[in-house]
Design a protein around this ligand. Structure first.
Ligand code: DP6
Length: 349
C-alpha cells in the first residue's frame, strides 16, 4: 500500500463505529497463518450510530508501550493484543528489521465492552487508523477514506469484525481466496442514508460473555458437525442480503438475517462442549418479537456472541416495537440505534 513509515511517531486520533453483522462471520480458515486471521466466510453488517471507539495514539513518554482504556491502565493479554496489532502495522509498511517506536494508546469505548456488542470491531478499526496515521504517511492528504480499503485487511488481522467498521452504512466483508488475505477486505455497499432502518439493542444480561469468539470459532470448526453446512451456505446468504438491501425489501432481508443468525447459533450449539450464549430472556424476546411481527410490527432478530437480541426494523415502527419488547420480563433496557457514519482519522497538532 502507498505510504511510508515516518521517522518519528506523531499523534493521531481515530473514531470508528461498532457494527452488527446481518449475515454472520463465524469460523476461521485453517492452515492460514494464525496472524492473518482469515475468516472461513464473508459477512455483511450495518455500522451503528453512537456506539463507537475513540483512540488517540502518540509517542510514549518512556521506552515502553502504554495502553489506557476509559482512563484505566490496561496490562496483560488485552494490552499485548493491541501492541501486537501496532507491530503488524509497522511491519506492513516496511518496518521489519527496525524497532517500532514505543507508543501511548488512549482509547475510549462508547460500547458495552465484551458483552456481545462487538467492541473489538470499533476498537481495532480505530486502532488501525490511528496507528497508521501515527506511524506512517499513508493517510496524509485529502480524502483518507479513499485509502481505507487495504487498511481493512489490516484491521481484520486484529479482529475479523473490525474490517467492517471502517465505513458507515452497510458493509460487506468478502471472504477472498488468496492465502495472504490481501483480497479479504471489506467494502461499503450502501451509505447510511440508503434506508431508514433501525436496530433495537435489547439488553438481557450484564457482564462479560462466557467464551471469547476466537476460541469459540476454533472449537466449532474442530467439533461441530454443522460447521461445513454453515460455511457452505454463507455465500448465498450474503448475496441474498445484499440484493434485498439494494431494493429495500425488509421482508426478504429479515428472512436472511434470521436464517444466518440461527444457523450460526445452531453450529455453536452443536460444538463440543456446546457454546450457548443465550439466556432465557433471549428466547422470550425472540418469541415476543415474532408475536409482534404477526401483529404487523415487522422486526427481525439477530444475536452474536452474547445474550442480547438485536432487532432490525423500519424507523417508523421502532418506538412501538421497542415499547412492546420492553415489557418482556428480564429485559434490562433497549437502545435504538441507526446506521452509523464512516470512520474518521486526523493527525493532531
Ligand atoms: C458473532 O470479530 O470478535 O460477532 O476475528 O476472532 O476477533 P475475531 O472475532 P470477532 O467475531 C465476531 C463474531 C460475531 C459475528 C460477526 O460479527 O460477524
Amino acid at each position: 500500500m502507498v505510504g511510508e513509515l515516518r521517522q518519528h511517531a506523531r499523534s493521531a486520533r481515530a473514531v470508528a463505529h461498532a457494527n452488527i453483522a446481518l449475515v454472520k462471520y463465524w469460523g476461521k480458515r485453517p492452515g492460514a497463518g494464525e496472524d492473518l486471521n482469515l475468516p472461513a466466510v464473508g459477512s455483511l453488517s450495518m455500522t451503528l450510530d453512537q456506539l463507537r471507539s475513540e483512540t488517540e495514539i502518540g509517542p510514549a513518554d518512556a521506552d515502553e508501550d502504554r495502553f489506557e482504556l476509559d482512563g484505566e491502565l490496561v496490562t496483560g493479554a488485552v494490552a499485548a493484543r493491541s501492541f501486537r496489532h501496532l507491530d503488524r502495522i509497522w511491519r506492513h509498511f516496511g518496518g521489519e528489521g527496525a524497532t517500532r517506536p514505543a507508543l501511548r494508546v488512549l482509547s475510549r469505548n462508547f460500547v458495552p465492552t465484551a458483552a456481545g456488542l462487538a467492541s473489538s470491531a470499533s476498537g481495532f478499526a480505530a486502532l488501525t487508523l490511528a496507528g497508521t496515521a501515527a506511524l506512517t504517511t499513508a493517510l496524509d492528504g485529502a480524502s483518507p477514506r479513499d485509502r481505507f480499503a487495504p487498511l481493512s485487511a489490516l484491521a481484520r488481522r486484529g479482529s475479523g469484525s473490525a474490517a467492517r467498521s471502517l465505513w458507515g452504512g452497510f458493509v460487506r466483508l468478502d471472504r477472498g481466496e488468496r492465502d495472504d488475505g490481501s483480497d479479504c477486505r471489506a467494502r461499503p455497499l450502501f451509505a447510511r442514508d440508503h434506508w431508514d432502518l433501525e436496530l433495537l439493542v435489547v439488553h438481557t444480561a450484564r457482564g462479560k460473555k462466557s467464551i471469547g469468539s476466537t476460541e469459540g470459532m476454533t472449537r466449532s470448526r474442530e467439533t461441530s458437525p454443522y460447521y461445513a453446512a454453515w460455511v457452505r451456505e454463507s455465500k448465498a446468504d450474503l448475496d441474498a442480503a445484499e440484493q434485498a438491501l439494494g431494493r429495500r425489501d425488509l421482508t426478504a432481508l429479515g428472512a436472511t438475517v434470521e436464517h444466518s443468525c440461527f444457523k450460526m447459533h445452531a453450529c455453536m450449539l452443536a460444538t463440543r462442549p456446546p457454546i450457548l450464549y443465550w439466556n432465557g430472556t433471549t428466547l422470550e424476546v425472540i418469541r415476543a418479537l415474532w408475536d409482534a411481527r404477526a401483529d404487523g410490527l415487522e422486526g427481525y432478530a439477530t444475536s452474536d456472541a452474547g445474550p442480547h437480541v438485536k432487532v432490525l426494523c423500519r424507523s417508523e415502527i421502532a418506538a412501538a416495537l421497542s415499547e412492546r419488547l420492553a415489557r418482556v420480563t428480564g429485559v434490562l433496557g433497549i437502545d435504538r440505534v441507526g446506521p452509523g457514519p464512516d470512520a474518521h482519522v486526523e493527525v493532531l497538532p
